[in-house]
Design a protein around this ligand. Sequence first.
Ligand SMILES: Cc1cc2nc3c(=O)[nH]c(=O)nc-3n(C[C@H](O)[C@H](O)[C@H](O)COP(=O)(O)OP(=O)(O)OC[C@H]3O[C@@H](n4cnc5c(N)ncnc54)[C@H](O)[C@@H]3O)c2cc1C
Length: 427
Amino acid sequence: MPTQTVERPISATHEVLNQSVPRVGLDEFEVNLPLLEGVERHGAGWAGERLHHAGRLVGSEDFQRWADEANTNPPRLETHDRYGHRVDEVVYHPAYHHVMRSAVQLGAHAAAWREPRSGAHVARAAVFMLLTQVEPGHGCPISMTYSAVPALRAQPELAAEWEPHLTSLEYDPRLAPACEKPGCLAGMAMTEKQGGSDLRSNTTRATPIDGGGPGGEYRLTGHKWFCSAPMGDLFLVLAQAQEGPSCFLVPRVLSDGTRNVFRLQQLKDKLGNRSNASAELELDSTWARMVGEPGRGVPTIIEMANHTRLDCILGTTAGMRQAVAEAAWHAAHRDAFAKRLIDQPLMANVLADLCLEAEAATATALRLARAYDHDATDQEKLFKRLATAVSKDLSRLECGDLGEVSFLERDQAAGELKQREVVLVFL
Ligand SMILES: Cc1cc2nc3c(=O)[nH]c(=O)nc-3n(C[C@H](O)[C@H](O)[C@H](O)COP(=O)(O)OP(=O)(O)OC[C@H]3O[C@@H](n4cnc5c(N)ncnc54)[C@H](O)[C@@H]3O)c2cc1C
């Protein structure tokens, strides 16, 4: 029997009313007064033009679509090629590459090292916050590249070789020898199954090839439980040498074009941060060079971790800013009980509280970033050491963090975190 079609407009059942509109087309720097004023206050007003450019970019419809696509099409691991050869590659959605290219062109990974002037780390912090406000996942490789530079400087000849690649403004996602790439990215591999915070419990072994020592060649064998952005070009890795935990530089591709042993076992199924790949990794006679003194690997790699901690604080602050900006926007575009939500006294109260928290976090983050500048006094350096740890710990505690286990989909804590919100939303 033929089906009878009824001619009805798509919206025949109802008219869509009282819904908010997308928050796009803004200069996110211009509309974020605490950020704008903080940048001026901490001596980075000279970066205004770049920051407005970044603000317009992340506020654009294109960038927001890339951010969405990069998270709804997460990276995929390819361990072998079609002929059975081991390749250990991660394939990302093109949107992720658009976001990464924008961040690298803006110098979010390197501007402070390229132009070491007063306020340089504040300006970079502001760019990083603008970008990660809209797409947090790519902040991981960007931050690790920024943070690898000071740790690498513990081994000047390695820094001289790699720093020009790490501070380039060109993004090249291919796996190729550094000499064939206009720009490179860095990662870090410290965490093992038996311990993340307690790095001295690392079991990965380092065997010298020809006597070893600072800058010397080694072979590394062992595992790493959490290695983010595994398509990076170089990794700082912690392993046990005869003298104790030591820091090593592991390139993914060797200078003759062959691939170093860098076996990606599987990607983590994370609660969030889905645009960014985090891998479980095995090293098996992997070629490496020692960075810094043997047995002093923890202080050497902690120099990198301290910079990524700064970025954890910046990234958390950026997330707070995005949440409150979206909430205020929504409340300004929706009515309830014959008034705009934003004009309802209780809602105004809640939003004002959230704004205050986000503004306080912005002020803290920029003040801290200023202490990372090359002209910081000794007192500032002491402040930096203490305030980075305290601020990072405060953001961690507010999230009820139990380490990486609370961030994996398989874990109960992740489920609870997602469920908790539901009871607040229900009537
Ligand atoms: C998205 C994501 C990406 C990551 N990427 C990387 C990466 O690229 N490279 C890498 O090496 N690691 C990476 N990690 C791992 C991360 O660095 C570890 O999760 C972190 O070091 C904590 O280690 P853990 O998870 O083993 O926690 P644990 O060491 O088991 O600690 C559990 C909890 O106890 C707290 N704790 C530990 N010691 C003490 C103490 N003495 N007093 C009080 N509290 C304490 C910790 O802060 C934590 O909250 C990543 C993790 C995540 C979630």
